[in-house]
Write a protein that binds this ligand. Structure first.
Ligand code: NDP
Ligand code: 2IT
Length: 447
């Protein structure tokens, strides 16, 4: 079979076997399209059914999560953990708590995690989990009961050398703490089974900052390779959660001016530059809405459609909220306003049409798998520290993170060039991430 027929047949099977799972289909198609030159150069991969195996999760765990709300009413959610690929290390990837979580969403995230984790250069396989539970608007006691119930089932399938979950949308320090407490109680093990832990119980310095900082380190490297930098550039960042906040901190430290941020209800534009301390207070402390920013910032304006943030004029855009938040129309608005760099903090924030429009217009495009890998890379550093029963300083971790992101950029750049797509960092990320996993799978036989 030629490579086009081979990829088409794998995609057809993925669609048939996972009906209606649009996000998963999208993620697989994006990767396989860019891998064609590699698969062509390595006929042994096809002979070993490697791509067919790669797109099929090793294990899908689905479970009931019953809990009791503050009114004494029984609530039932669905939990997931998808252990996608452990060719290069124990499964590793976040847990997402959000109303719109489905099996398709966890599958797309788990699939992308394989390549992202490989790109970090560290020994971690790909996995992802979550639930359609939304912590927003719930009391701390409700969140605790939910997390305890979730872990009561999940603990059977994870472990420091098996599968190590972490945070993602809706899962931060509070949720990780509740889950860690319950894991310990159920297993009697004090081990690095989760990352993103608090600093008093095995967490790593700089893990909180890592995804946002890493995104800016990667972006800075991409800008430098193209004769540019953050200095004096106008930056728009969607979201105002963990990734967005620390991307804003680092983009500002590198000389950029962040003028807009958002949440799922709307966005704020502040021509004076976003007051990041205020956003931290609103989001991290008060668990409030981005609209609350207006109270103390009379020059700021609010728009009640979050996707209108892409109409704000900027040089650099960092999508840091959720999947498919930049569609073709938003990409065209960015291009028309002179934006020349889009670098993805969120997972799969750009639709395929948006990516095509951005790349077609010559916009520098930093793909999520590479650009946001700093979070999971630092999670792997947390695992190392836990194994050593030791901890590094903030500066030590930050320096390692910086080195990892510079390396990731270089690997994306050289893989893209080697396979005839210079400057296409999305293709480069997929190829570089894939090759390490593929070689490990080849060495381990048909498993
Ligand atoms: P948080 O829960 O801390 O923040 C999420 C932010 O995105 C909030 O501002 C939220 O708004 C907004 N948001 C969530 N869903 C939607 C939606 N459907 N439409 C519009 N806005 C939305 O999550 P993180 O910052 O951790 O995650 C953000 C992105 O980064 C995700 O794609 C995640 O997968 C990715 N990521 C996270 C990593 C990490 O280490 N945390 C690592 C790598 C990637 P609201 O407050 O209204 O809910
Ligand atoms: O998407 C991601 O890489 C994360 N949510 C972080 C995963 C992790 O294990 O730190």
């Amino acid at each position: 079979m030629n490579v086009n027929e081979y990829i088409a047949s794998v995609l057809e099977t993925v669609k048939k076997r996972n009906p209606g799972e649009a996000e998963f289909h999208q993620a697989v198609e994006e990767v396989l399209e860019t891998l064609k030159p590699v698969i062509e150069a390595h006929p042994e991969f096809q002979a070993a059914g490697l791509i067919e195996r790669l797109v099929e999760p090793e294990r899908i765990i689905k479970f009931r999560v019953p809990w009791v709300d503050d009114n004494g009413k029984v609530q039932v959610n669905r939990g997931y953990r998808i252990q996608f690929n452990d060719a290069i290390g124990p499964y590793k990837g976040g847990i997402r708590f959000r109303g719109n979580v489905t099996e398709s969403v966890i599958k797309f995230l788990g699939f992308e995690q394989i390549f992202k984790n490989s790109l970090t250069g560290l020994p971690i396989g790909g996995g992802k989990g979550g639930s359609d539970f939304d912590p927003k608007g719930k009391s701390d006691a409700e969140v605790m009961r939910f997390c305890q119930s979730f872990m009561t089932e999940l603990h059977k399938y994870i472990g420091a050398d098996v599968d190590v979950p972490a945070g993602d949308i809706g899962v931060g320090g509070r949720e990780i703490g509740f889950m860690f407490g319950q894991y310990k109680r159920l297993t009697n093990l004090y081990e690095g089974v989760l990352t993103g832990k608090g600093l008093t119980y095995g967490g790593s310095l700089a893990r909180t900052e890592a995804t946002g900082f890493g995104l800016c380190y990667f972006t800075d490297e991409m800008l430098k390779a193209n004769g540019k930098s953050f200095k004096d550039q106008t930056v728009v960042i969607s979201g105002s959660g963990n990734v967005a906040i620390y991307a804003a901190v680092k983009a500002t430290a590198l000389g950029g001016k962040v003028v807009a941020m958002s949440d799922s209800n709307g966005y704020v534009y502040d021509k004076n530059g976003i007051d990041i301390a205020a956003v931290k207070q609103i989001k991290e402390v008060n668990r409030g809405r981005i609209k609350d920013y207006l109270a103390d910032h009379p020059d700021a304006v609010y728009g009640d459609n979050c996707s209108d943030i892409w109409g704000v004029k900027c040089d650099i855009a960092l999508p840091c909220a959720t999947q498919n938040e930049i569609d073709e129309a938003s990409a065209k608005k960015l291009i028309a306003n002179g934006c020349y760099c889009v670098s993805e903090g969120a997972n799969m924030p750009s639709t395929p049409e948006a990516i095509a429009a951005l790349q077609g217009a010559g916009v520098l495009f930093g793909p999520a798998k590479a650009a946001n890998a700093g979070g999971v890379a630092t999670s792997a550093l947390e695992m190392s520290q836990n194994s050593m029963r030791y901890s590094w300083t903030f500066e030590e971790v930050d320096e390692k993170l910086h080195g990892i992101m510079v390396n990731i950029f270089k690997n994306c750049e050289s893989a893209a060039a080697k396979y005839g797509m210079p400057g296409n960092y999305a293709a480069g990320a997929n190829i570089a991430g894939f090759l390490k996993v593929a070689n490990a799978m080849m060495a381990q036989g048909i498993v």
